[in-house]
Design a protein around this ligand. Structure first.
Ligand SMILES: [Cu+2]
Length: 510
């Protein structure tokens, strides 16, 4: 569907107020409901699922080390808004059709509050999954200032729950951040970038079947979902009126499967200041930023002396990435900045020369290396079936790091696609990527490198929780496990892969 560009203003989600708050802790209630949403001026109101009556959900803003208690409440209808495939794991007819569990992506949190995929619950907590432990989750926020986000994580239907609208920002602030004199207040804007497809009546469209239908199944999961229209904060091709000064943007790829490679059509640089889990050591000037699903980047864009200019944020990442279809005009356009507001006061914010020490984790500190393949298989219906280390979700736990230990994970990608791999609980540093002989690996199960190791890209040299594992490469990350023990997950963040079944439990043990 062809929709006019830059006719709707960018919405900025409101900050959610806690129910109560004292010096060290706060309590929130966040309800999921079916609600109406306007995606675009020329589309009729659509039915979506939102938090606190809105999509995206309201932004939660908390302090580093604050104890935050959240009761996530499911008040959704009993029937799903989108086509459920009952043949995928965790979504059989033996569970309620509508189930939710909220994961704060990137949270340093006890396992019982992490939103384990089988800790789902239904309306009024009437039915709960086998790993459900508590109605009120506890978040310790034992981490530095960063851009996190919350979204549904229910086993087998995450792709549908999130596509229906269940996502929002969760920001952690700290003293260091306040000392940096970054653009703040209305000059600090979160941008949740997604792709969707609409029916002519304005309702959300999600395919019931892949391009080649599965004859035995009325509804089947698709290998990946790519929408034909891009949205920011729930609006199609929005504009944002800005002053001629610096702004801080928190970029989040919240798409089901689409990668975004973002650049400004003015050719100007963006100053990258933070990755997923905190500030970089120094800002990095970049012309483009590649974000796979769930990756975040914080950038400063300087509109000084650009009065009257209209600047478009473009995307040119093929879907699937990297070898899929190139973008069209619609999937290549994200949003527009209109430098039309008068400067309210002199811009005294800065792009700091130094942000925060980011000490390198050394390979010598690692006590264990894990070699983990990303595999492309076929299920009994002839459908694509992506696995981690050749194991399905139900296979016994194989990743069992010790509390406080440091490990290096080798992601050995045997598939044609790039996969954004996310590990819960911890943050990590990317060590390198290196080409290897895939065919030889498949025969001999040993890695034969075909070239030198490439260091992470400039925009990846900070604390991360999601990393691109590119095809025909071994991607290595180093991480320290803690401060909690318990059961967590690691998975591909392309939601169609995650739901089937590119996700594995891991356990941090004492
Ligand atoms: Cu994947």
């Amino acid at each position: 569907m062809k929709l006019a560009k830059f006719v709707d203003e960018l919405p900025i989600p409101a900050i959610l107020k806690p129910r109560w708050k004292d010096a060290a802790s706060s309590y929130y209630e966040v309800k999921m409901t079916e609600c109406k949403h306007s995606f675009h001026r020329d589309l009729k109101e659509s039915t979506v699922w939102g938090f606190e009556g809105g999509y995206p959900g309201p932004t939660l803003e908390v302090e580093s080390d604050e104890k935050v208690y959240i009761k996530w409440i499911n008040d959704l209808p009993a029937q799903h808004l989108l086509p459920v495939d009952y043949s995928v794991h965790g979504a059989h007819k033996d569970v309620p059709e509508v189930r939710t569990v909220v994961h704060v992506h990137g949270a340093c949190v006890e396992w019982e509050s992490d939103g384990y995929p089988e800790a789902w619950f239904t309306k009024g907590f009437e039915k709960v999954g086998p790993y459900f432990r508590k109605q009120v989750n506890r978040y310790d926020n034992c981490q530095r200032a960063c851009t996190l986000w919350y979204h549904d994580h229910a086993l087998g239907i995450t792709r549908l729950n999130m596509y229906a609208g269940l996502a929002g920002f969760y920001l952690i602030r700290d003293q260091r951040e306040r000392s940096l004199n970054l653009p703040s207040g209305k000059y600090e804007v979160p941008l949740m970038i997604q792709d969707k497809t609409f029916h002519p009546d304005g309702s959300l469209s999600y395919p019931k079947q892949p391009k080649k239908p599965v004859p035995e199944l009325e509804t089947s999961i698709v290998p990946e979902f790519f929408g034909d229209t891009l949205l920011v904060n729930g609006k199609v091709f929005p504009f944002l009126k800005v002053e001629p000064r610096k702004y801080r943007f928190r970029l989040l790829n919240a798409a089901n499967s689409r990668f975004f490679r973002l650049k400004l059509d003015s050719g100007q640089r963006m100053y990258l200041i933070a990755t997923e889990r905190g500030f970089m050591q120094e800002p990095v000037g970049v012309n483009e930023i590649l974000l796979s699903p769930a990756e975040r980047a914080e950038v400063i864009i300087d509109f000084t002396n650009l009065e009257g200019k209209h600047i478009i944020m473009k995307n040119d990442a093929p879907a699937a990435f990297p070898a899929g279809e190139s973008v069209g005009e619609d999937t290549g356009t994200v949003m527009q900045f209109q430098v039309v507001l008068p400067l309210a006061r002199v811009d005294t914010s800065v792009i700091p020369a130094f942000l925060m020490p980011v000490p390198q984790l050394h390979e010598q500190s690692s006590s264990k290396s894990r070699y983990l393949t990303l595999d492309d298989k076929m299920d009994s219906y002839g459908r694509e079936w992506m696995l981690l280390d050749n194991k399905s979700w139900d296979a016994p736990i194989s990743e069992n790091p010790k509390l406080g230990s440091t490990e290096i994970w080798y992601l050995i990608n045997l598939t044609k696609d790039s996969h954004p791999i996310h590990i819960h609980l911890i943050d990590f540093q990317v060590l390198d990527r290196r080409d290897f002989d895939v065919d030889r690996y498949k025969k001999e199960k040993t890695i034969h490198y075909m070239g030198p190791a490439h260091p992470p890209e400039p925009h990846e040299r900070g604390w991360k929780d999601t990393v691109r594992a590119d095809p025909k490469q071994v991607t290595r990350m180093i991480m320290r496990f803690g401060p909690f023990t318990g059961l967590y997950v690691w998975h591909c963040h392309m939601l169609e892969h995650e739901d089937y079944e590119m996700m594995r439990p891991f356990i941090v043990i004492r």
